[in-house]
Design a protein around this ligand. Structure first.
Ligand code: FE2
Ligand code: FE2
Length: 327
């Protein structure tokens, strides 16, 4: 029996959409569905869970992974405190991956229910399986190897609630596949270059392969639909996407870690908001989001300056996920 204390109820009013025409309606999505089936993996068999993991080992979890590494605040900490801060950041990152994965699981199940395209329902069914597996492996890694955890970040939770509650099926793709998964894809890519712990490296590699498909699923599913939106409808999507990016940018400041570790929270947040290295790192995470927003027609003159202010407009001409898929 599940733990009742862990249950949270969110009231939804998403429409369920049947489609009685089973013929292929989007050949690209149908091919992606074939890839989704072909590239399934099994977290309990394909990962070696016997590998011992020490989150305090700076060779496998380098201190450079701590965003304030090298700052005045960092240098004031003794070695034990630095090690603990590094441990907490690892824990916080993986915990929010885990919670984000549960959000992806629920949202994608909704897409299967609410998307009108039969090929979207087909592909969505493989993504639901993928997300179940992602929740499984991150949860197991935290429980067996990290031995600490964090609750979900409040900004991530706010965005997940908004995506799940929204009646419009395309907003679920925009919030989840385009923004949250686009950010996750870039974050995992960067972390794979930093962490050298073999079990986590392999786990992230598998998850990343799935996430690349998921982001492409989002772009392909809504690209045509967005071409026929009215001006007002498109502006609503532009605003939703921008506000989601702001929320996700806030989430990356690591407030919960500073609070838990007992460092002066405002000083740390200030460091995160202003230090060029941390700002650059956060901006880089949007490199897998901005080209897709452009592909979807959501980087109009009306909204561009806001992304410019965030420092992420320079990614607009990078390959979008649909182009990557064809490469
Ligand atoms: Fe996932
Ligand atoms: Fe995903």
């Amino acid at each position: 029996m599940y733990n009742n204390a862990a249950i949270e109820h969110l009231l939804l009013e998403t429409d369920a959409i049947y489609n009685w025409d089973y013929r292929v309606d989007n050949q690209v999505l149908r091919s992606l569905y074939e890839k989704g089936k072909r590239d399934q993996w099994n977290g309990s068999q394909d990962l070696d869970w016997s590998i011992p993991v020490d989150p305090e080992n700076w060779e496998t979890f380098p201190k450079t992974a701590v965003p304030i590494y090298g700052s005045d605040i960092w240098h004031k900490l003794n070695e034990k405190e630095q090690t603990n801060l590094s441990y907490e950041f690892t824990t916080w990152r993986i915990s929010n991956f885990l919670h984000g994965e549960q959000g992806a699981l629920l949202t994608t199940a909704q897409i299967v229910v609410a998307a009108p395209s039969m090929d979207a329902k087909f592909y969505g069914s493989t993504q639901v399986m993928d997300e179940g597996r992602h929740v499984e492996v991150f949860e197991r890694y935290l429980r067996e190897k990290v031995l600490r955890s964090y609750p979900i970040n409040k900004d991530l939770k706010t965005l997940l609630d908004a995506i799940l509650r929204d009646k419009r099926w395309d907003i679920k793709y925009l919030g989840m596949q385009i923004i949250i998964e686009g950010l996750a894809l870039a974050t995992i890519g960067l972390l794979r270059g930093i962490y050298h712990e073999p079990l986590l490296e392999k786990l992230l590699k598998y998850v990343m392969l799935d996430e690349a498909r998921h982001v492409a699923f989002g772009v392909i599913s809504i690209a045509d639909f967005y071409k026929q939106l009215t001006e007002k409808e498109r502006q609503e999507r532009e605003d939703f996407a921008y506000e989601a990016c702001v929320l996700m940018s806030e989430r990356l400041l690591g407030q919960e870690v500073w609070e838990r570790i007992g460092l002066p929270v405002n000083d740390c947040l200030n460091q995160m908001r202003t230090a060029s290295l941390t700002v650059g790192f956060r901006q880089l995470l949007f490199s897998r989001v901005v080209p897709n927003l452009k592909r979807l027609g959501l980087l109009t003159d009306r909204i561009r300056s806001k992304y410019e202010k965030m420092g992420v407009l320079r990614f607009e001409n990078d390959l979008n996920s649909e182009q990557e898929l064809n490469n």
